[in-house]
Design a protein. Structure first.
Length: 224
């Protein structure tokens, strides 16, 4: 049996609010297979972003088990979490979070340099990814010179720059109009498949969710 790229067992997250305990995640068990693109569907406030923050090792305070590429990562220290995020996970957020003073190509090059790629390798990879997303003519443009859809495509290229085993996307087209969102999402799905990454994509958009390989529904902190 193929080992999942991502698996969680009994994942929980509680918050204290005004002396009351809020149970955001209530024992989530999930698995994402290699090359699989899974939609995490649910309304705002259902815990989608909290779940992505947990499996992306962006916050502490979670209970349960998280395994990425077979390794238990939930108990890693700060340095260990940073290494897993750098080497195995790519992130795409609702807002692109590009570095404003750097060009499209440089935004995709920098994560590779941090992982010790050579400048030549990093630029070649950036040009390949951006070209595949239809941005080969926009390599030197800064984010302020790009449209919203173009900015988000740069964010997709950046997420895939280090060939992550797992891509986590939180409402990746949520800030775009419907027509632009469809184009960007089509390109996101195509490129993730071509790269062979697995992906967990949080969305409240049923139409987009049904274009993925499988749909998980999160309701009141539990998968339905």
């Amino acid at each position: 049996m193929t080992q999942p790229v991502l698996s969680t067992t009994g994942l929980t997250r509680d918050f204290q609010q005004g002396g009351e305990t809020i149970h955001v995640l209530r024992g989530v068990d999930l698995g994402v297979a290699p090359g699989e693109i899974v939609a995490l569907l649910g309304p705002s406030g259902s815990g989608k972003s909290t779940l992505l923050q947990a499996v992306g090792l962006l916050e502490g305070g979670f209970g349960g088990s998280i395994r990425i590429a077979g390794e238990e990562v939930s108990q890693l220290d700060g340095d260990g979490r940073t290494q897993v995020r750098r080497d195995r996970i790519g992130f795409v957020y609702q807002f692109h979070h590009l570095l404003p003073d750097f060009s499209a190509a440089e935004n995709v090059i920098l994560p590779q340099l941090i992982r010790d790629a050579s400048p030549e390798q990093a630029r070649s990879r950036a040009e390949l990814l951006l070209g595949a997303l239809g941005l080969g003519h926009r390599l030197t443009h800064r984010p302020s010179q790009l449209s919203g859809g173009e900015q988000q495509r740069v964010a997709v290229a950046r997420a895939l720059a280090n060939r992550p085993a797992l891509v986590l996307a939180d409402e990746p087209t949520g800030n775009l109009d419907e027509a632009t969102a469809d184009v960007v999402f089509d390109q996101f799905l195509r490129l993730v498949r071509e790269e062979g990454s697995a992906a967990l994509v949080a969305t409240h958009n049923e139409r987009l969710a049904l274009r993925m390989d499988r749909v998980l529904r999160l309701h009141e902190g539990r998968l339905a």
